[in-house]
Design a binder for this molecule. Structure first.
Ligand code: KG4
Ligand code: ZN
Length: 322
């Protein structure tokens, strides 16, 4: 048995969790600075770092107390993210590793978002699989050959899909982060009232571009807000679904794993559940930034290669997944 403490501080959530054997969640604690985001309409790196510095110790203590087990391994998100935020989690994890004399594993936050879906799916997982990361910072289409082996087959050339939701929300006068508000408004709207389209990316049929769609919404700003929200959401999701279908067939995929904040959206889930046979979304607790996915993925990495990462491991603001 392996009990892993996971620590996550890449953006604006300070999180810690204890996971048994990479898949069984014993505790999952998240402290969010959502109040700051809503008040100021975005993430301010310096404020986020200060919040992490205040929250990290109580959050980790709570996660350990709730789990009530002795920790064997420490996993930490080493990036991508905001440098000041990352450093808080990294330094805390390194400190614990020294104090407890336990191995330390650094994991990729984006890969962990996908692992969140894998963690709860029935094992053995079926590969090759299609992976989609849909968040405020990423729009990735991946071929997953096995856990840890990814090929990037599509990405966005401009806005990330969550970013497009946030910007459209701002145009419609909705609070930040806008995704959930757009979803709620879209439920009351008729998507057929506006004929929006997404742009094609020349010679890259699996890449995404959302900036044209965003501008199209801007031009219609005076229209019915619910219809605008519905048409925007439907157009963006049909684009993602269409590309997923092509990739699924092209790479003979056996399952689909999705991760990232946009996966909270029920319309997105419905579209995927009704299209593919083996599609796995994370449960809602694991969809937004959390440390259970970090602990889980860290455990799998350590089981595959039981060597601690060095204590001079650096935080990385950008890490490619493939
Ligand atoms: O994964 P995440 O928590 O943070 C990043 O790593 O980016 O994703 C946050 C993004 C935001 O852009 C937010 O608007 C979007 O996910 N989001 C949603 C929904 N809930 C969150 N987008 C559409 N519908 C939702 N229900
Ligand atoms: Zn994230």
């Amino acid at each position: 048995m392996v009990y892993t403490l996971g620590i996550e501080s890449t953006c604006d959530e300070t999180a810690a969790a204890v996971v048994k054997d990479g898949r069984i969640i014993l505790s999952n604690v998240v402290a969010s600075s959502a109040d700051l985001m809503e008040r100021y309409g975005g993430v301010f790196p310096e404020m986020a770092s200060r919040r992490h510095a205040e929250a990290i110790r109580p959050v980790v203590e709570e996660a350990i107390a709730k789990a009530g087990v002795e920790i064997d391994l420490i996993a930490v998100a080493r990036g991508p993210g905001l440098i000041g935020s990352l450093l808080v989690g990294m330094q805390f994890a390194k400190g614990l590793s020294i104090a407890w004399n336990k191995p330390l594993i650094g994991v990729n936050h984006v890969e962990a978002h996908l692992y969140a879906a894998m963690m709860e799916a029935p094992w053995p997982l079926k590969f090759p699989a299609l992976g989609l990361v849909l968040s405020g910072g990423h729009t990735l289409l991946l071929k997953i050959n096995s856990l840890g082996d990814y090929e990037r087959i599509g990405t966005t050339v401009d806005d990330a899909i969550g970013e497009a939701f946030d910007k459209v929300a701002a145009m419609l006068g909705l609070p930040y982060p806008g995704g959930p508000h757009v979803e709620k408004l879209a439920k009351e709207g008729d998507p057929t009232q506006f004929a929006f389209t997404t742009s094609r990316v020349k010679r890259s049929p699996l890449d995404f571009s959302f900036s044209g769609l965003k501008t199209a919404v801007l031009y219609k700003k005076g229209g019915n807000r619910a219809d605008l929200a519905a048409a925007f959401q439907e157009t963006a999701f049909k684009d993602v679904l269409g590309k997923a279908k092509i990739a699924y067939q092209q790479f003979d995929c056996q399952s689909v794993f999705l991760g990232g904040g946009v996966c909270n959206n029920l319309r997105l889930r419905e579209l995927f559940y009704t299209t593919f046979p083996n599609v796995y979304f994370p449960s809602f607790a694991l969809t937004l930034d959390n440390a259970a996915m970090i602990a889980g993925l860290g455990t799998q990495k350590f089981l595959e290669r039981p060597i601690s990462d060095p204590l001079d491991m650096e935080a990385l603001t950008r890490i490619p997944i493939a």
